[in-house]
Write a protein that binds this ligand. Structure first.
Ligand code: PRP
Ligand code: URA
Length: 212
């Protein structure tokens, strides 16, 4: 059964309020976005399998645990997904990072795909697709469709991680991929008539990179 999880730890809620505030500077927005991503990494890796290994402490031989199973890949959806990568890799430094470039056309919200560069063994990895915003769901669906169809990643090995989700986007993504695990830091009220999340935080890419 696929999971839908709102990671609503008080630290995350506090930091989300900071990045929602329109007066927050680009510098602080970027820093705090990565901090939230790091806190979420703690939760999204909770189910990683462990194996037992033999070690020697300074006092005795001992059987202890280490992470086993599939190696991880983080796949940010460009641009805004880049804002979450450092936070996650600070907890899992050995994860590979693939990139999928796409954007929503401003007026039509149609998805334009422009880039993909993924680890060669992506189909053998546990893949975390990251993007701060899940609005209509079009971008996430397009990225995950690429991963499953073009790169043969099994949907059961993909997790989608965002910071702010709209109910419309969650529904669309779950309909497209019923087996997909989704983690978000907040589930907001709705989309506005331009496809922006309310209350949201505005355009995540523009706020991370200081563009308009
Ligand atoms: C934003 C955001 C998501 C997408 C979400 O990207 O980072 O990728 O919109 O909207 P959706 O769920 O309706 O597809 P945008 O298209 O603005 O591109 P950018 O990251 O390059 O700014
Ligand atoms: N993309 C964003 O960056 N923000 C939204 O509110 C919706 C889509």
């Amino acid at each position: 059964m696929a999971k839908f999880t709102v990671v609503d730890h008080p630290l995350i809620q506090h930091k989300l309020t900071i990045i929602r505030d329109k007066n927050t500077s680009t510098k602080v927005f970027r820093e705090v976005t990565n901090e939230i991503a790091m806190l979420m990494a703690y939760e999204i890796t909770r189910d990683l399998p462990l194996e037992e290994i033999e070690i020697e402490t300074p006092l005795t031989k001992s059987t202890q645990k280490q992470i086993s199973g599939k190696k991880m890949a983080i796949v940010p959806i460009l641009r805004a997904g880049l804002g979450m990568v450092d936070g996650i890799t600070s907890l899992v430094p050995s994860a590979r990072v693939g990139h999928i470039g796409l954007y929503r056309e401003h007026d039509t919200l149609n998805i334009v795909e422009y880039f993909a560069k993924l680890p060669l063994d992506i189909s053998e990895r546990q893949v975390f697709v990251v993007d701060p915003m899940l609005a209509t769901g079009g971008s996430a669906i397009s990225a995950i469709t690429q991963l499953t169809q073009k790169y043969q990643v099994d949907i059961s090995h993909i997790t989608f991680v965002c910071l702010v989700a709209a109910p419309e986007g969650v529904k669309a993504l779950q309909t497209a991929f019923p087996e997909l695990d989704i983690f978000t830091a907040a589930l907001d009220e709705k989309l506005d008539e331009n496809g922006y999340i309310l209350p949201g935080l505005g355009d995540a890419g523009d706020r991370i990179f200081g563009t308009k």
